[in-house]
Write a protein that binds this ligand. Structure first.
Ligand SMILES: Nc1ncnc2c1ncn2[C@@H]1O[C@H](COP(=O)(O)OP(=O)(O)OP(=O)(O)O)[C@@H](O)[C@H]1O
Ligand SMILES: [Mg+2]
Length: 496
């Protein structure tokens, strides 16, 4: 047996009042792809941060890593103010002549070439904060995976696929397999269990900070993996009740802006409609455009029959629109504030008593109810949001907007980073909002999710709606086929 690239023994990590990891041990050989899975808050990112040297373990642990460590952190670790070229830090910048225009052109060209490996083409000179979550992910991937033919070591990917569509995932996996074949050890964190079974050689399962299983992938299947992660029989997604659509709550005609060239929709109260499509299809911009977070270049939007102006989130909120963005760090939440404050932030009015003072007890009671519904871990409303795991942060953002009983609910990647157990809770909340009369539009790169939660799904291609998939046609396979324009027959694309 070759010497392992990574060897961990007796690894524990204690945060004030919380044990994130307890006596964890495993090893990874050169060329091996090890998946690390577990529920939100089970300790995966903490383990990643310790391997990356960002966090120190409790005394007594043995953590050996031979060679260099490259990490794609769950929050990507990019600097939003810098552009793609600068974030890639291609190393051409140093020394004399770094500021020369020719040098800058060279760097931009090199960056574009790197992105082309992932079939991505976007402006490499705008700050990455202005890119979509999927585009940012590709920047982080390109950076971490550049040069693995030369350097052996440990490659760690903490939920790299959360914002990616299946064909982008395919290209990432090709690059990861190439790195492993060249002798890297890979640790891959994901909540998408099909990906885990597809990519990994071995799967390590954490539950509440303890290692509960370390097994070759051949010994596992989807059901067994779910059982190991959840530690009990899994919940199933909420059954989809056919909703007799009420009145049209959101009408959209000829919407243009960002990657969207022409988008139409009649969304009824009580309906859950999905938006699918690969990166660049426009899928990723529809929600922000409708909400006004992205400027509108043209088209008409009406809420309950009244015209809604573009580029004005305040007017949208006033008309009863709620928007849960895909990027919780950028605009979904205030990380330094408590969970309780984040949940009640958008609507404190309801909790004000006559003199305008806040009713603290009512607030706490209501928040505790929400924390149960979203299965927050730990269920502590008085903890700052930044101390929660990524998936738990996303659930808090969702609760914050659902609490307002919106007339129109716009969701971007609502379960990004949410674990298999809590996903069911999120789906139930979404269906529940629709049952109470909300019109829900949900854009997602997760085709399985769309197929299981939505009443119908609009597939976008090249900025326009290319298919409206519903009824018996609404399967994950169909969405992938339509999104990639692989359809050999016309299916039933019924445009509005
Ligand atoms: N700096 C910190 N201070 C206090 N507690 C923390 C800190 N970082 C993480 N934790 C806690 O440690 C636990 C493990 O968090 P971690 O981020 O490792 O979970 P995870 O498995 O990556 O979850 P997810 O799937 O949601 O990303 C959580 O309960 C989290 O709240
Ligand atoms: Mg994590």
């Amino acid at each position: 047996m070759t010497r392992p690239l990574v060897a961990i023994e007796g690894l524990s990590k204690t945060f004030p009042g919380l044990q994130a990891l307890q006596d964890v041990g495993f090893a990874a050989q050169p060329g091996e792809i090890v998946a690390l899975v577990g529920q939100n808050g089970s300790g995966k990112s903490t383990l990643v941060k310790i391997l990356a040297g960002v966090e120190a373990p409790d005394p007594g642990a043995r953590v050996d890593v031979a060679g260099t460590v490259h990490v794609i952190h769950q929050d990507l670790g990019l600097i939003p103010q810098l552009n793609t070229v600068e974030n890639l830090d291609l190393g051409l910048r140093h020394g004399l002549g770094a500021a020369l225009p020719t040098r800058r052109r060279e760097e931009a060209e090199h960056a574009r070439a790197l992105l082309r490996q992932y079939d991505a083409a976007f402006d490499v000179t705008v700050p990455v904060g202005q890119l979509t979550p999927a585009e940012r992910t590709i920047v982080a991937i390109a950076r971490a995976l550049d040069g693995w033919e030369r350097a052996k070591g440990l490659l760690i990917l903490d939920e790299p696929t959360a914002a990616l569509h299946s064909d982008e995932v395919g290209r990432l996996f090709t690059a990861v397999r190439r790195a492993a074949a060249a002798g890297a050890a890979v640790i891959f964190v994901s909540h998408r269990l099909d990906e885990v079974l597809d990519l990994a050689d071995r799967v390590v399962v954490l539950r509440d900070g303890r290692l509960v299983s370390d097994a070759p992938v051949a010994a596992l299947d989807h059901a067994e993996l779910v059982r190991l992660i959840v530690g009990a029989a899994p919940q199933h997604a909420a059954p989809r009740e056919p909703c007799g659509p009420g009145a049209v709550a959101l009408q959209v005609r000829g919407l243009r802006g960002g990657r969207v060239r022409d988008f139409q929709l009649d969304l009824c109260a009580g309906e859950v409609v999905g938006v699918s499509g690969i990166l660049g299809s426009g899928r990723e911009h529809v929600g922000a455009l409708l909400f006004g977070a992205l400027p509108r270049a043209g088209g008409d939007v009406a809420i309950g029959g009244s015209t809604l102006a573009g580029g004005d989130p305040r007017a949208a909120i006033g008309a009863g629109v709620a928007y849960v963005p895909g990027d919780r760090h950028a605009d979904g939440a205030v990380m330094t504030m408590l969970v309780r404050e984040n949940v009640t932030l958008p609507n404190l009015r309801r909790l004000r008593r006559r003199a305008g003072r806040l009713d603290g007890r009512a607030e706490r009671q209501e928040v505790v109810g929400w924390l149960e519904r979203i299965a927050l871990r730990p269920a502590d409303p008085e903890r700052p949001l930044e101390l929660f795991s990524g998936g738990n942060q996303q659930k808090v953002v969702l609760a914050k907007w659902l609490r307002n009983d919106p007339r129109v609910l716009l969701l971007d990647e609502p379960t990004q980073g949410v674990d298999v157990g809590a996903k069911a809770a999120v789906y139930a909340l979404v269906r529940d909002a629709a049952a109470r009369g909300a019109a829900v539009l949900m854009a997602s790169s997760d085709t399985a999710e769309l197929a299981s939660v939505c009443d119908r799904v609009l597939v976008m291609r090249d900025g326009t709606v290319s298919a409206d998939v519903r009824g018996a046609h609404l399967t994950e396979e169909r969405l992938v086929i339509e999104g990639l324009a692989l359809a050999t027959t016309n299916g039933d694309p019924c445009h509005d």
